[in-house]
Design a protein around this ligand. Structure first.
Ligand code: NDP
Ligand code: 2IT
Length: 413
């Protein structure tokens, strides 16, 4: 799914003029323009009231990356053939700290997608209150169907170029779609080998070599903590609620784990092939199956439907299933206006984004109009990068905090 959305057309106002300029300078980058539109829509009225920001061209500066790096990634597959991918690192903004943000390995990766992600990261990272600038990177490499050996070869070649652009005080990448603990391990090993130094150049590392407790769990746990706080503003909680969520990767898995702990029932799980509806809810035993299926065997989510005798909806998204709370946890533009209307009509009271920009602009407007709770990804999924920031602190201290200490910081941040 690589849905491209046109932003609404505005004329005759400051927002319209600004977006036209951004479109002119960034032709063929629809996701980036969408992300800029959504931020501009809410901050241009403020800038109009405070001419200092206009005079200093803050918005014009913030939409231009400080640096864009694109590079060739040649590597040898298991058949001995040469494959070529394209690697990227967008160093978006270093105003408040070293560039910080994930790496995405997915065939859909292109400049537009990485620039939108790097742009969102600027606001997300500053919201954590930690001294982190913003970046994003990755490659159009498909990890699906690849052996461990192929993934290692690819990561080593990718880092053979990336190493000269990153560093613990310069730019600190982490994981995102297609990049988990295993890939971070291969990338870290290659960096260490080339530079001959052991520093916290990546976050999401294994705990035996400098990783933080709770980093794998942080985005999903943080999302559920954030949703709990949203519900508390309406004197409500997660207990007894029915949850619909998408994806079955890192964010989805730990969202489900925390929902179970909080007494909510998660009834859907998906991947790019479709979704499974489990009306009885995903319990700890079923979650264990998902961990093994997705993290060890790298299988398809339809296997869950077979194993636990549930319905699998091929090629569909889960938003038509009745729920109280929805967590889009897979990818950008996976929830459109019609999906938003279906959720609202079915009585959904809260939507919080685990993924980056999963709801289209029209879907967000529909949630706002219906006055249901809506948590944008820049805030709702910031737990992941917040714990990455804590991993950087621990690496600088050459010290490791306990699971309880990190979780407490995540919960209260
Ligand atoms: P994973 O690679 O672990 O999982 C991604 C999940 O989303 C998989 O189930 C995958 O299905 C599905 N998916 C990916 N691309 C598509 C697509 N184009 N269409 C349909 N389904 C798709 O990634 P994460 O869980 O880490 O990331 C999920 C989202 O959360 C992303 O938007 C990411 O940017 C965001 N995020 C991640 C953070 C982190 O710390 N990891 C932090 C903050 C946000 P399949 O296996 O079939 O591809
Ligand atoms: O989108 C994100 O915030 C991430 N993929 C995590 C970034 C990080 O540096 O931990």
């Amino acid at each position: 799914m690589n849905v491209v959305k046109e932003v609404p057309h505005e004329t005759g106002n400051a927002l319209g003029a600004f977006i036209e300029e951004v479109k002119k300078r960034n032709r063929h980058e629809p996701e980036f323009i969408q992300a800029v539109y959504e931020v501009s829509e809410s901050i241009i009225p403020y800038i109009e009231r405070h001419p200092i920001y206009k005079k200093k061209k803050i918005l014009e500066r913030i939409v231009e990356p400080e640096r864009v790096i694109m590079f060739r990634v040649p590597w040898l597959n298991d058949k001995g053939e040469i494959e070529i991918n394209r690697g990227y690192r967008i160093q978006m903004n270093s105003a408040i700290g070293p560039y910080k943000g994930g790496l995405r390995f997915h065939p859909s990766v292109n400049l537009s997608i990485l620039k939108f992600l790097a742009f969102e990261q600027v606001f997300k990272n500053s919201l954590t209150g930690l001294p982190m600038g913003a970046g994003k990177g990755g490659a159009d490499f498909d990890t699906k169907g690849r052996s461990d050996n192929e993934i290692m070869k690819f990561c080593q070649s990718f880092m053979t170029e990336l190493y000269r652009h990153v560093g613990h005080d310069l730019d600190v990448p982490a994981g995102d779609i297609g990049v988990g603990g295993k890939e971070i391990g291969y990338l870290f090993g290659q960096y260490k080998r080339i530079k001959n130094e052991f520093t916290g150049v990546l976050t999401g590392k294994g705990t035996v070599y400098g990783g933080s407790m709770i980093r794998p769990e942080a985005t999903g746990y943080g999302l559920v903590y954030f949703a709990s706080e949203m519900l508390a503003t309406r004197n409500d909680s997660l207990k007894g609620k029915t949850v619909v969520q998408s994806g079955s990767g890192n964010v989805a898995q730990f969202t489900i784990e925390k929902c179970i702990e909080e007494g909510a029932k998660v009834v859907t799980i998906s991947d790019s092939d479709g979704f499974v509806y489990d009306p009885k809810g995903i319990d700890r035993e079923k979650l264990q199956f998902i961990f093994e299926l997705k993290n060890e065997r790298r299988g398809r989510i339809s296997e869950y439907a077979k194993k636990f005798d549930c319905e699998f909806f091929e090629g569909e998204r889960p938003w038509k299933i009745k729920c109280d709370i929805a967590f889009p946890n897979a990818t950008q533009n996976e929830l459109d206006e019609a999906d938003a209307q279906a959720l609202i009509n079915n009585g959904c009271i809260c939507v919080a984004e685990g993924a980056n920009m999963p709801c289209t602009t029209e879907a967000i407007h529909a949630f706002e109009k219906a006055d249901i709770l809506y948590g944008p990804g820049k805030a709702a999924n910031a737990g992941g990068v917040a714990v990455s920031g804590l991993e950087m602190s621990q690496n600088s201290l050459r010290y490791a905090w306990t699971r309880k200490e990190v979780d407490e910081r995540l919960r209260t941040s």
